[in-house]
Write a protein that binds this ligand. Structure first.
Ligand code: SF4
Ligand code: SF4
Ligand code: SF4
Length: 345
């Protein structure tokens, strides 16, 4: 069957073109990566009725149904109306009205999350809930952005390879009198974290606060609750991570010890910043490239407009990414094959 296919429209509706002519794969958003199990029936129905009978767990935690024929896209769009309503409109509070025309945009990618503290004993935050709050601020919007939330600096969700990688952290309180000097926290920090604790001559704990990542391994290890999480929920954020062929790179530490209010204020400015960085033209560019285009300092000025920082918050003065590290093959090429840098004798 010949098709006059409107690829742009199908893409906006979150259908990805297949290598099989005339076929597409639907990508259903799951912000925060948790939804009621009943929605698996929705995926099953799509896969069996219009797709090729399989579904794919998307690398950005979407539920994907491949093998959908182009002529069936309108029927699938009508069928997912309730799913979009339940998940994006009701669960995340996105400013949209789900209808029978499918997803309104692909722009901001599904906000990813690890299971966080709703399940994981290491979790410092409810990453699913935070991801849903961020979804509300960035979707629906044609502006691209990739965000992932990890419940702790272990970063199981690989937030570090997103434009914005968020990790739940705490500052820890130490109760001198409760400490019996057993050294369990020192071992835990040494083995699982950054090794910033040591026992002093009084058999109490000293801490190099500079390098503490706020993971709470010390709290989990302490038998007397001498270490406890300070009640103020905080986050660290890496910036500018990405995959891709041209210049993949890990994110760099951008914010540390910031509150949720700072994070949400920042994301609330994302659309305005993107419009400005694109000269208010409908050009499509990945979010990370917008930050590159603006330059770090200008990006910071725009993204924190009207945002008030909490007293303990820290932000990078500047960030330098190693753009060409992978393309230059520097880690796989034998040293003898590298051109010698600098003046030759
Ligand atoms: S990142 Fe932390 S909270 Fe999330 S799953 Fe991994 S260990 Fe658990
Ligand atoms: S919170 Fe800090 S001190 Fe405690 S284990 Fe983690 S890095 Fe070490
Ligand atoms: S684990 Fe608790 S009791 Fe043991 S040395 Fe550390 S703070 Fe003190």
């Amino acid at each position: 069957m010949n098709h006059d296919i409107d690829i742009k429209k199908t893409r906006i509706n979150c259908f990805r073109q297949s290598k099989v002519p005339g076929e597409f794969m639907l990508q259903m958003r799951v912000p925060g990566a948790v939804i009621d199990a009943k929605y698996l029936k929705v995926v099953m129905e799509i896969a069996e009725k219009w797709g090729n009978g399989t579904f794919h767990l998307g690398t950005r935690q979407t539920l994907n149904a491949p093998g959908i024929k182009y002529e069936n896209i309108p029927a699938v769009n009508a069928y997912i109306k309730d799913y979009i309503h339940d998940v994006d409109q009701e669960m995340c509070g996105c400013d949209m009205e789900a209808d029978e025309t499918g997803y309104p945009t692909i722009g901001a990618r599904n906000v990813m999350a690890c299971i966080g503290n709703s399940h994981c004993i290491k979790g410092n935050c409810n990453s699913t809930e935070l991801a849903r709050k961020i979804e509300k601020l960035v979707f629906p919007s044609h502006y691209h952005i990739k965000v992932a939330v990890a419940g702790c600096p272990n970063d199981c969700v690989k937030a570090n390879f997103n434009d914005f990688g968020i990790m739940g952290i705490y500052k820890m309180d130490y109760n001198y009198d409760r400490c019996i000097g057993c050294g369990a926290c020192v071992d835990a920090c040494e083995h699982h974290a950054t090794g910033v604790l040591s026992l002093n001559k009084d058999n109490k704990v000293d801490k190099d606060t500079c390098c503490c990542v706020g993971c709470a391994e010390c709290v989990l290890a302490c038998p007397t609750s001498a270490w406890t999480r300070n009640p103020k929920k905080l986050y660290r954020v890496t910036l500018g991570g990405r995959t891709g062929k041209q210049n993949p790179r890990a994110g760099k530490l951008f914010l540390n010890w910031v509150t949720e209010d700072v994070l949400l204020g920042m994301f609330a400015n994302w659309q305005k910043f993107s419009a400005w960085a694109l000269d208010y033209k409908p050009e499509y560019l990945h979010g990370g490239h917008l930050i590159d285009r603006a330059g770090y300092k200008t990006f910071v000025k725009h993204i924190f407009e009207g945002v008030e920082f909490n007293p303990e918050a820290k932000m990078a003065d500047d960030i330098y990414w190693a753009e060409n590290e992978q393309r230059a093959n520097i880690h796989v090429m034998p040293l003898s094959k590298h051109k010698t840098a600098g003046p030759q004798e």
